[in-house]
Design a protein. Structure first.
Length: 219
């Protein structure tokens, strides 16, 4: 798996919120006109919003990054646990991605990652969250969604990727993905169980020929 380009912003969103609030209080105490204070605060808020966005976003694909996934999945798992609500997790990656990079170059690989990110967002609801987990691996959090309903958009995504005309530098490149899925239930008592089971299901999907979906029930 290729190394993921690291985001340079190492501050957590919570710390950024605290810094931004403190800066606003400092500006309000400056011996300048109220009009100037408002203008400075607006500019700071704009820069803050941009910085916060970059701290949770993968710079290549525009998807949420792994750190944001780790913060989000813990919150969603605790919510599902507390309210006994449905929650599904899907891990997927691009089949033979290293071969694509070796054959067509890393710029082609970047193009495919960006196109795949767009196609993934197009196939899921606004309430579902898509993350670049690392390299060619992605993860989707499907809130309020049991396993059987999660499989519908996941199969649609798999078919979309399989049929999509990835075209780079006069090369028509066929891409497929393998997907592993797990859902919150009485047997998955911990978040670690859910993530491990989804990862195992993905591993099975790749070993069984790739380009298909495996659920945790197959483990």
């Amino acid at each position: 798996m290729d190394s993921m380009r690291e985001n340079n912003f190492d501050l957590s969103p919570e710390l950024l919120d605290e810094i931004q609030a403190n800066i606003e209080e400092i500006i309000k105490g400056f011996p300048i006109s109220e009009c100037n204070k408002i203008d400075v605060i607006k500019k700071i808020n704009f820069m803050y919003s941009h910085t916060k966005y970059m701290s949770v976003t993968d710079p290549l694909t525009g998807l949420y990054n792994r750190r944001h996934f780790e913060n989000t999945i813990e919150r969603e798992f605790l919510r599902a646990q507390r309210y006994k609500s449905d929650l599904s997790i899907a891990l997927f990656d691009i089949d033979f991605f290293k071969k694509i990079n070796d054959t067509y170059g890393h710029l082609c690989g970047d193009y495919i990652l960006k196109e795949l990110a767009y196609l993934t967002l197009e196939n899921f609801r606004k309430t579902d969250m898509v993350f670049r987990y690392g390299g060619e691996e992605f993860v989707i959090i499907l809130t309020e969604t049991p396993m059987e309903k999660a499989l519908i958009p996941l199969e649609r995504l798999r078919k979309t990727i399989e049929d999509y005309p990835f075209f780079y530098d006069e090369n028509n490149i066929k891409i497929t993905i393998s997907i592993g899925v797990e859902s919150f239930n009485e047997k998955t008592l911990t978040l670690e169980n859910i993530l491990n089971n989804a990862d195992k299901a993905l591993y099975i999907a790749k070993n069984e020929g790739r380009n298909h979906i495996v659920t945790s029930s197959s483990i």
